[in-house]
Design a protein around this ligand. Structure first.
Ligand SMILES: *[C@@H]1O[C@H](CO)[C@@H](O)[C@H](O)[C@H]1NC(C)=O
Ligand SMILES: *[C@@H]1O[C@H](CO)[C@@H](O)[C@H](O)[C@H]1NC(C)=O
Length: 317
């Protein structure tokens, strides 16, 4: 009987933990760009969509998205978006084709910088990366907070590559501004760049001068399909802060793990980095981290209360 009591209490404890969201992860998305960014979120095949699949994030705005612990999918930023006279919503970069602010299952039209996540994968680790395999449209930074294990480090591409992009990869909008940078695969469709056909394995698909442009600028981001070794990071029990156009000051902290220390987040010998060097975003991420732990504390207190009352009920039967 006593064992049953403990079991029921434990089960209700776990259930409540789940319901109160403690067994979920938070993604805090922050826009430090000088213009509005419309994040898009796509769950992997077979994974339920999140509560939101796309929204507007004004300059300096942040938004917390709650994600189930075993979620996998990708996030990106859409830029220069607007609604036409028929009400159709579209974006010059990163458009997801839904015609609405919510992407509802639509993925990013390349080129777009992607943050990719597989939460709670092999050995209970989260796998994450920032990928330029489908090209680049915005600087993005992923910072794990409160995590342990693996090579839990900041990753991303903080350089602004739209102006520096090689001419044959550049995407220019009607007003002449450089809005994105294609991958060589998308620009030329060559199997050698796409790692397809005869080049569909890591022995035959090698970096190209184009992928090296991306890798030189952003040594931790994926620059071509088989760039895993230096571009995949792992972490357990973390929350993630995803910043569009991060100030460079953020990027200088956060190198805890020796193997990652050899991979600078950006190439300081390249002098074209995006602005915002004088901005301090420390306040933003620490206040959001505090908000998160308050929610978790509250969830914990509610669980404890229910745990105590459910075991009291059980005992009184
Ligand atoms: C920085 O870029 C230069 C050329 O642009 C390259 O030779 C060098 O290897 C890069 N450094 C890193 C750490 O990627
Ligand atoms: C991080 O760890 C993963 C899993 O062990 C490994 O595949 C990856 O190469 C490591 N990343 C870096 C940048 O060292």
């Amino acid at each position: 009987m006593a064992r049953g009591n403990v079991l029921v209490a434990l089960i209700s404890f776990l259930l409540i933990l789940n319901v109160s969201g403690v067994l979920s992860v938070t993604f805090t998305m922050i826009n430090k760009c000088s213009q509005t960014v419309w994040p898009g979120i796509l769950s992997s095949a077979g994974i339920s969509p999140l509560d939101t699949t796309g929204f507007a994030l004004q300059k300096d705005e942040s938004r917390i998205v709650t994600v189930p612990t075993s979620w996998s999918g990708r996030l990106w930023g859409r830029t220069h978006c607007s609604q036409d006279s028929t009400g159709k919503f579209s974006c010059i970069s990163g458009d997801c084709g839904s015609g609405k602010v919510e992407c509802s299952g639509g993925g990013a039209t390349p080129p777009a910088t992607l943050a990719e996540f597989t939460l709670n994968g092999a050995n209970g680790l989260d796998f994450y990366d920032v990928s330029l395999v489908d090209g680049y449209n915005l600087p993005m930074l992923v910072v794990p907070e409160g995590g342990t294990g693996g090579n839990c480090s900041t990753t991303g591409c903080v350089a602004n590559l739209n102006d520096l992009c090689p001419n044959d990869l550049k995407v220019t909008s009607e007003d002449g501004s450089h809005v994105a940078c294609k991958s060589a695969c998308e620009a030329f469709g060559d199997p050698q760049y796409c790692c397809s056909g005869a080049y569909g394995n890591p022995n035959t698909c090698k970096p190209s001068s184009y992928s090296e442009f991306f890798k030189n600028a952003c040594p931790r981001a994926y620059s071509y399909a088989y760039d895993d070794g230096t571009s995949t990071f792992t972490c357990a029990s973390a929350s993630y802060v995803i910043t569009f156009c991060p100030p460079l000051s953020t990027s200088k902290k956060a190198t805890k793990y020796p193997e990652a220390a050899e991979l600078p987040l950006y190439n300081s010998t390249m002098t074209y980095l995006g602005g915002g060097e004088s901005l301090e975003d420390g306040g933003v991420s620490s206040s959001s981290a505090m908000r998160v732990s308050f929610v978790q504390l509250l969830g914990g207190a509610v669980s404890l209360f229910i745990l105590l009352s459910s075991s009291a009920i059980w005992r009184s039967i």
